[in-house]
Ligand binder design. Structure first.
Ligand code: TRP
Length: 329
């Protein structure tokens, strides 16, 4: 039997996951779980880069993020969950990579630049600036072939490839150069008109939200501002709700476009239709999550066992790397 290629992707454990995470990465994780050997990293060290002052949140989020991943339909018998801070080979590899990555490569990374601006340069830590290096170790400690992520992560994977290439050339190792698998949907915008759905924006629809909360977000969604009455033809191309129909309701989107722009479908009814679609998507997730919430011991076991497996693979790989680096005496 041919061995399956490996996927590694992960989430920072800084809170629950929302629809942006779903379209950006979780959806493809589910689709790929049969064809690849899949590893989901619970990135608690990377969470510390911004949330070092809130360790309790990181701790509970390790469970929340795992349950969110399980709730979308990842099968714990197929995928491996890995708690980053419990894998020493990731930490060691991070140190090795940090010797060959340049400070300028990190400073000029566009995602880091934007994030550093948001946090403020004064407070930019060494660990934050270097998180793409630690992320390279996350991906390569098990020699993952493919990394399904959203577009903001692309510069990181490009850097990972450069680091790996340089490292292999220097030491004659065979670390796999990972490839990006970009989600089909670019960035999910907020229903409030914000360019991004995000926790800090207050516009996030969480996978575990109740139907009432979901409707609250949809009800206040900003549509075509010129459309004050149903009879006035709408402009779906500028409407936030229509964008969501395109993503979450592609089969009905053309009809909605037609009915909106001819003044037949009003915003309220259009929102109701989106509400139905999103709840149909989220309801099975809520049900699976409810099961795991009442079986937290099982969730813990999934994390502990997956982390053990990751450590076995990582320790073996790191041993071979140290050999090649002449670190063995
Ligand atoms: N930086 C990623 C994010 O913010 C999370 C992450 C950590 C990750 N380690 C990873 C993603 C390794 C892919 C591969 O979403």
């Amino acid at each position: 039997m041919e061995t399956k290629k490996r996927i590694l992707t992960g989430d920072r454990t800084t809170g629950r996951l929302h629809l942006g995470h779903y379209v950006g990465s979780l959806k493809s994780r589910v689709e790929l779980q049969d064809t690849y050997e899949e590893f989901i990293l619970l990135a608690d060290i990377q969470a510390l880069t911004t949330h070092f002052d809130n360790p309790r949140l990181i701790n509970s989020s390790i469970y929340d993020v795992t349950m969110d991943n399980l709730s979308v339909g990842l099968d714990p018998n197929k995928v491996t969950f890995v708690q980053q801070s419990q894998v020493s080979s990731i930490a060691e590899l991070t140190i090795f990579y940090s010797m060959i990555v340049t400070v300028n490569q990190l400073r000029h990374n566009p995602t880091i630049k934007t994030e550093a601006q948001n946090y403020g340069y004064e407070d930019l830590t060494y660990g934050f600036l270097g998180y793409p290096v630690s992320q390279t170790a996350d991906i390569t400690f098990i020699n993952a072939d493919l990394v399904p992520v959203g577009e903001d992560q692309v510069p990181h994977i490009e850097l990972s490839r450069k680091i790996v290439r340089k490292f292999n050339k220097l030491y004659g190792t065979n670390i796999v150069e990972p490839q990006v698998k970009l989600s089909q949907v670019g960035r999910l915008s907020g229903l409030d008109g914000n360019a991004k759905m995000g926790k800090s924006m207050g516009n996030a629809i969480y996978l575990s939200d109740t139907p009432e909360t979901v409707w609250k977000h949809i009800r206040k969604a900003v549509t075509d501002p010129a459309r004050v009455r149903t009879e006035i033809p709408g402009h779906p191309e500028i409407c936030n709700v229509y964008k969501y129909h395109q993503i979450f309701n592609p089969s009905e989107a053309p009809e909605i476009y037609e009915q909106c722009s001819s003044g037949k479908l009003g915003c309220f009814d259009c929102k109701k239709r989106l509400n139905t679609v999103l709840n149909d998507l989220l309801e099975p997730m809520r049900e699976r999550r409810a099961y795991y919430e009442s079986h937290l011991g099982e969730v813990r076991e999934i994390i502990v066992e997956g982390t053990k497996k990751a450590n076995r693979i990582g320790n073996e790989n790191l041993d071979a790397i140290k050999e090649k680096m002449f670190l063995k005496i």
